[in-house]
Design a protein around this ligand. Structure first.
Ligand code: MG
Ligand code: MG
Length: 263
């Protein structure tokens, strides 16, 4: 069931999302060669708790971490572990923040030390796909208008798509209807309506389309072990467009300006 949030509820999701935006900045100093993803998970959890919130992924369907910690070929749902970051890695933090009963969901991919030019481009373009997709959010536009931007940009750059995982409604729960796929599909013909709150999350593979889930039941990797990048924001559909809830409040215009030039 698709839910419509009130303005007051959207402000509550923004308050959770503002903590995630702070967290993503705070984590930068720790994302360095030699640190384990378990150590990063603890640092992130402490930060969230200190801000009076809770990590909403922890114990969700049995997931053990406070963050999803995905390195290189890991697309999503990496379990925090003793694996150490290395120079040249790319590393994704995906995090749900629960504050006063409302949840925001967002993800960022970071470079570790010096990364290759191909990986730099993958990071920059995936972030651009997220913002270009967000620019399609408005009442009466369809979910396919959003996902179609990601599909077209990925194809233009020769990147692979992930079909088994997608964005979603969010706010009361970690995952709500509708699904927001990163490509055009039958279910994507539904229209967006003011008051919907959705997580838009391009997961883009440097190589082939597709994904494989490892035996741990969680970690999703690329089929060819080439690297994958993931960016996500929680976005409210407003009367005349959209409002991004998981960035620093007041920075939306400047972010959109930065990514307008991408096609
Ligand atoms: Mg997420
Ligand atoms: Mg999500």
């Amino acid at each position: 069931m698709i839910t419509i949030k009130t303005k007051d509820e959207i402000e509550k999701i923004r308050a959770a999302g503002a903590i995630s935006a702070e967290l993503f900045d705070y984590m930068k100093q720790y994302i360095q060669e030699g640190i384990t993803t378990l150590e990063l998970d603890k640092i992130a959890e402490d930060f969230i708790l200190k801000h009076g919130a809770k990590p909403s992924f922890k114990n969700y369907e049995g997931f053990p971490g406070s963050i999803c910690a995905s390195i290189n070929e890991e697309i999503i749902h990496g379990i925090p572990s003793k694996r150490k970051l290395k120079n040249g890695d790319i590393f994704t933090i995906d995090v749900g923040v629960l504050l006063h009963g409302f949840i925001s969901d967002s993800a960022r991919t970071y470079p570790v030390g010096k990364i290759s030019d191909a990986h730099k481009k993958l990071l920059e373009r995936t972030e651009a796909m997220l913002y270009k997709a967000i620019m399609q959010v408005a009442p009466n536009n369809t979910i396919n208008d959003v996902g179609g931007v990601i599909e077209d940009m990925a194809r233009k750059y020769g990147y692979g798509l992930v079909y088994d995982y997608c964005g979603h409604g969010v706010g009361y729960k970690n995952h709500e209807d509708p699904q927001i796929s990163n490509f055009r599909c039958k279910d994507g013909r539904k229209k967006l309506r003011a008051g919907m709150v959705i997580a838009i999350e391009p997961m883009i593979n440097l190589g082939k389309d597709g994904d494989i889930t490892l035996d741990d039941g969680w970690t999703v990797v690329t089929p060819d072990y080439k690297y994958s990048c993931h960016w996500e924001n929680t976005v409210a559909v407003t009367e005349d467009g959209f409002d991004i809830l998981t960035i620093h409040p007041g920075t939306q215009d400047e972010l959109l300006e930065k990514f307008k030039k991408y096609k």
